[in-house]
Write a protein that binds this ligand. Structure first.
Ligand code: PLP
Length: 374
């Protein structure tokens, strides 16, 4: 199998799985228990927290474990709104957020909040429109770091200076699920108050993620229960999964992998010169979005699947597979491109041979399948 759908999820690292089993057996206690089994779990959990913190260049007290990127986004967004809603009713986000953020925004609109969605201009986050949207009654800015369908990178570090000047009450949140472990995620340099990450995108197991909350920032979590994770995410902590996540963080080498994956993406663009490859000026090398005019992406996906090459159409993160074109059209794709898009997403273990096989199969598919399957 040639797996080129790493933005959907990654193969867990052997070391992460070994850690998961080891902690499940040998530190199985509840991390809230006061006996030695509980303390063993606490030790495993705190080691994992330090590993996540190290990739974010933050203090480990600023890392809170959650069940994944979706829950981190929900806690960041609703936690901010619950905390700051007396100061204003205005929220700024980006028009091509993942459903984990977009659907929070839809809910907040129903509750009477004003949500402004910033799109792209000339193939980049429209920073001028963003600046114009800022005002003193903005309470939350939630702008993703790297887009999951195209790899477009937003200029997160440009947000804080504008926020400080024009919307000082607002917290800054970024969904960094597709950037963590891949792009620089030094939270001080990014200038964010809250940042969401997920384990299964970087070789950890599923069902665990983390939310960074900058020291001094307080959110009012929408999750009620036993007060775990300092009241941010109640619920018995999934310590084995957190420990496996820690191992994935320790093994992540963003700088080295960036160079390798950039070379791979460049090679893929050359080999796939018979379809349109979409590249933004600020581009994550981990995602390559291509369109084959006149062909339906889904048909091509199934053709490639029959050759044991796995790619995606757009985001795989919606459980009902519903796609509405919102994410791609706000990044400049037209309707035909939306229906024909294929998302190829890499990890550092992919090879040029994988790309050669993809290019050969796709060329064959385009020759075999009939056009007009839009
Ligand atoms: N945010 C982005 C940008 C994503 O790509 C994803 C998953 O693909 C999520 C959030 C959701 O993360 P999780 O699957 O850990 O809930």
């Amino acid at each position: 199998m040639i797996y080129l759908d790493n933005a959907a999820t990654t193969l867990p690292l052997d070391k992460a799985l070994e850690k998961y089993i080891d902690v499940s057996k040998n530190a199985f206690g509840n991390s809230s228990s006061m006996h030695t089994a509980g303390l063993d779990a606490v030790n495993a959990l705190e080691n994992a927290r330090a590993s996540v913190a190290s990739l974010l260049a933050c203090d480990k007290s600023e890392v809170y474990f959650t069940s994944g990127g979706t829950e981190s986004d929900n806690i960041a967004i609703f936690g901010t709104v619950r905390r700051l809603n007396r100061r204003g009713k205005k929220i700024i986000t980006c028009a091509y957020e993942h459903a984990a953020v977009e659907n929070c925004m839809n809910e907040l609109e129903k509750q009477g909040f004003e949500v402004i969605r910033i799109g792209t201009k000339d193939g980049a986050f429209d920073i001028d429109a963003f600046e114009k949207a800022l005002s003193e009654d903005v309470i939350l800015i939630s702008v993703m770091y790297a887009n999951n369908e195209t790899g477009l990178i937003n200029p997160i570090e440009r947000i804080k200076p504008l926020r400080d000047r024009l919307a000082p009450a607002a917290y800054i949140h970024t969904d960094a699920v597709q950037a963590f472990g891949k792009l620089p995620c030094d939270v001080a340099r990014l200038g964010v108050d809250l940042l969401s990450v997920s384990s299964h995108k970087i070789g950890g197991v599923k069902g665990i993620g983390a939310l960074y909350i900058r020291k001094g920032v307080t959110v009012s979590s929408p999750v009620f229960g036993g007060g775990h994770e300092k009241g941010i995410r109640s619920g018995t902590v999934n310590v084995p999964a957190a420990a496996a996540f820690g191992v994935a963080c320790e093994n992540a080498d963003p700088a080295k992998n960036y160079t390798a994956v950039s070379a791979l993406r460049k090679y893929a663009c050359e080999k796939l010169d018979f379809v349109k490859t979409h590249t933004f000026s600020a581009q994550s090398p981990y995602v390559l979005s291509v369109t084959a005019d006149g062909y339906k992406g889904e048909t091509l996906l199934h053709y490639l699947n029959s050759k044991d090459i796995l790619v995606a159409t757009a985001s795989a993160c919606s459980s009902n597979g519903k796609k509405d074109g919102r994410v791609l059209m706000s990044q400049g794709y037209d309707e035909n491109e939306v229906s024909s898009v294929l998302r190829i997403s890499f990890c550092a273990d992919n090879t040029k041979e994988d790309i050669d096989a993809l290019a050969a199969a796709l060329k064959e598919g385009l020759g075999t399948l009939s056009k007009g399957v839009k």
